[in-house]
Design a protein around this ligand. Sequence first.
Ligand SMILES: CC(C)(COP(=O)(O)OP(=O)(O)OC[C@H]1O[C@@H](n2cnc3c(N)ncnc32)[C@H](O)[C@@H]1OP(=O)(O)O)[C@@H](O)C(=O)NCCC(=O)NCCS
Length: 147
Amino acid sequence: MTKSSKADVKVVAFDQRFADRAVPWLAQLYPDANDMEAVRRHAVNIATSPANDLYGVEVNGVPAAIIGILEQNPIERSASLMVISDPVYQGKGLGRPVTAWLLDVLKGGRFVLLRAFCTNLQSKNMLRKVGFREIKVPGTLMEYRYV
Ligand SMILES: CC(C)(COP(=O)(O)OP(=O)(O)OC[C@H]1O[C@@H](n2cnc3c(N)ncnc32)[C@H](O)[C@@H]1OP(=O)(O)O)[C@@H](O)C(=O)NCCC(=O)NCCS
């Protein structure tokens, strides 16, 4: 897959193929984590929480990313987005369309506040391009909001 290629990109149900890849993919978000067991527990919590909806993304039938709408709070009408792709598919034009797909799912007024937490340059750039704005929250990671 390249930015100009016509790969077959599909959002599919989150199944065991994605669960098997979740820990190494999620670990990219925590480059300082030296306890992979903690990352594994975090992945299980994300996958099993009733406040989270996870999906898989396939490129030409191969698992390429996990995306999700997390921490859905119908009272606050807020949620967080998650997009994590296999390093092989990064920087090739996959992140932006699948994030736009998540934003489309959320359209319709159910949510008024979306959050995304990120630490690396590629995710910051991508979030800005799909319409998130940076909020500085003292003492935390940078928070991005889409309102
Ligand atoms: C963040 C992530 C989802 C972006 O997806 P992607 O497929 O790599 O991004 P795209 O190829 O669609 O590019 C979208 C924009 O991101 C930015 N970007 C992508 N790769 C970049 C890189 N290596 N350095 C800087 N910016 C980059 C660019 O602004 C790009 O826009 P452009 O194509 O107009 O230049 C993906 O890189 C990833 O999974 N990273 C690891 C996990 C993570 O940090 N997830 C986000 C937190 S929830």
